[in-house]
Design a protein around this ligand. Sequence first.
Ligand code: NG6
Ligand code: CA
Length: 500
Amino acid sequence: MKYYFLLLCLLGLFRFEAGAQEKKHPNIIILYVDDLGYGDVGCYGAKGVKTPNIDKMADNGLMMTDAHCAAAMCTPSRFSLLTGKYAFRNKAEILPGDAPLLIRPETPTLPSMLKKAGYRTGVVGKWHLGLGNGTVDWNEDITPGPLEIGFDYSFLIPATGDRVPTVFVENHRVVGLDPNDPITVSYKKKVGDDPTGIENPEMLRVKADPQHSNTIVNGVSRIGYMAGGKQARWVDEEFPDKLTEKAIAFMDTDKEKPFFLYYSFHDIHVPRLPHARFTGASKMGPRGDAIAQVDWVVGEIVKALEVRGIAEETMIIFSSDNGPVLDDGYEDQAEELIGKHKPGGPFKGGKYSIYEAGTRVPTIVYWPSTIKSGKSNALFTQTDLYASLAELTGQTVEDGEAPDSENHLQVLLGVSEEGRTELIEEAFVLALRQGDWKYIAPVENDTPDWLKNKKVAHGIGNEPQLYNLRKDPKEQKNLAEGYPEKVAEMQQRLAELVKQ
Ligand code: NG6
Ligand code: CA
């Protein structure tokens, strides 16, 4: 009896130890906002909107001033974030809403790596990395998707808010689908008899450009055609509540393991349709109100952690997938109401642009028990999160795994300011950052027509560009002619890195 008791105690101790062992890694949350520019957040100088919850994280965490998403567009940035690989190596471009899964299931990913480290992994929100193997049947199991590349749970906006199908996909299935009203999707021709923006502009709540003038859902025309699935269609205004509810439920599913949550906002992408309670929250109309809505979500997530007593042991990385854009296809007064607000902060360009505002995005790391309040000017990219979080969680990155990801954990923790010595920035052209210098490669092909109409300084040209960012952060003076050797050296280095 005595021995039996001793054995029980030992077993108990062992279980306690094992539990403690598993718990030693922090929960990790990536709060990934869509199209949020460097200057769109209070602590980064926003003028037209207040973001108290995000600012609070910055005040009590690490605020980075030279951190980048991998590319100036969504799909490539997300590809690099999850794979630790430069997107151009995979020719990752903005995907249509019926594209196949871009990351092949055998690829090591950030969630699959963290799963090996004992994490429970979940993604909630915008996906835009494709689903399925070719033609997706939205009425059946949709696979492969996030569950096949390392996530234990997914609740998705499959592509973007402005692309069909306008339904949520939870794990492998469309949510709330009536089998008697199956979904058909086409990006080539009209399907079914739903009204479109082109045919019935009088039905629209927001006027759209021709690309966004296909099937009307919730009074807004989208890119692509869709029929059926009426009961399953989302209401855009409900995104923040729905996604936050799912994210918090995911945190609560299994308390034994630490969790990794990739919370991928739809905001502040078009169509900008924040919930009515945020109307007028900013001075900038729907675009600014959507930023206020993002701030509210951030507050809810932090509050949920605090209520559960796990805020201290949770690392939050807050950032964006590309720089800002005002007019991205819908007439929502983003340009008219901008006032003194500078969405790209002090930088030139924005979404789709190779200039700094294309990829230099607000980046805050918040982990109350571990990261001290501070600022970092280190050069960093989201592509490095893979190797850095592998280091944090004791994982070895094998050869060929996350090939472009560098371990800069000490930078992320605010302990060191020695970030990258070089970085490739990507838009429709490539650029190389090295110290104070930035070289933008020339290209022969012409700017796509739709981009010409976007009013962004995209930086595409057939002459090389060279800037000294320390003296000229706004990239106004092209020094290429005066520094032919520097241009040649950086051109060669870029070519070498691209070939690797
Ligand atoms: C573009 C869309 C734009 C936006 C973007 C994707 C047109 C003319 N423009 O093709 O509205 O949806 O794709 O944005 O169709 S991203 O942030 O997901 O990359
Ligand atoms: Ca985006």
